[in-house]
Design a protein around this ligand. Structure first.
Ligand SMILES: CC(C)(COP(=O)(O)OP(=O)(O)OC[C@H]1O[C@@H](n2cnc3c(N)ncnc32)[C@H](O)[C@@H]1OP(=O)(O)O)[C@@H](O)C(=O)NCCC(=O)NCCS
Length: 164
């Protein structure tokens, strides 16, 4: 690992649980995402970071948790897991990293932390919905959920794996 990679890793190594205090930061983070990242994270282009959407992304009143990675007080990555209605043992997991920070391992760290957190809260099966053409997300899923089964729903592939 070169000096830049080591510096980036140490600056962004802390994955922490997000709270309502992160609202303004999260809004800024989402506003800075490229259209491509919006599309691959939210599977559509009409995304608007409304207060209701921020509530969802902070898992307020949802059976799950949001995790973030920061650099210098600003969010550079967000992950969340959310249990399925009536199935506390099955959770969907989603991740997005600021475009300028792609490829530095933040997505992998967030994914592993979200899976571990979900497992600690009784989740046994994780589902990761990924757009079929999203190479980075596919590679990420293969790395953190090796052997995950795939189910196709149009352009969305649900990767499903047992984690407990
Ligand atoms: C998918 C995403 C979260 C990965 O985050 P990241 O911090 O770049 O991930 P990492 O650095 O940990 O790399 C994970 C894998 O993605 C690969 N990757 C990262 N950026 C890539 C790119 N632009 N093109 C192809 N592969 C890429 C890495 O090489 C790595 O694969 P490897 O383990 O085989 O080497 C990030 O690209 C992103 O935010 N995309 C937009 C939202 C999204 O697609 N979310 C997933 C669905 S919820």
């Amino acid at each position: 690992m070169n000096a830049t990679a080591t510096a980036i890793r140490s600056r962004t190594s802390n994955v922490r649980v997000a709270s309502d205090l992160d609202r303004a930061q999260l809004r800024r983070f989402l506003a800075g995402l490229s259209p491509a990242s919006i599309l691959t994270r939210f599977h559509g282009t009409g995304f608007h970071p409304s207060e209701e959407m921020l509530d969802l992304l902070l898992c307020r009143a949802l059976p799950g948790r949001a995790l973030v990675v920061e650099d210098d007080g600003e969010i550079v990555g967000h992950a969340q897991w959310c249990a399925s209605p009536g199935r506390p043992d099955v959770a969907e997991i989603s991740i997005v990293v600021a475009d300028a920070w792609h490829g530095h391992g933040i997505g992998t760290r967030l994914a592993r932390a979200a899976i571990a957190d979900a497992r600690a809260h009784g989740v046994e099966v994780v589902v990761a919905p990924v757009l079929d053409g999203d190479r980075a997300a596919r590679r990420l899923v293969r790395r953190v959920l090796p052997g995950a089964a795939r189910q196709f729903f149009g352009e969305v592939v649900d990767y499903q794996a047992r984690v407990a």
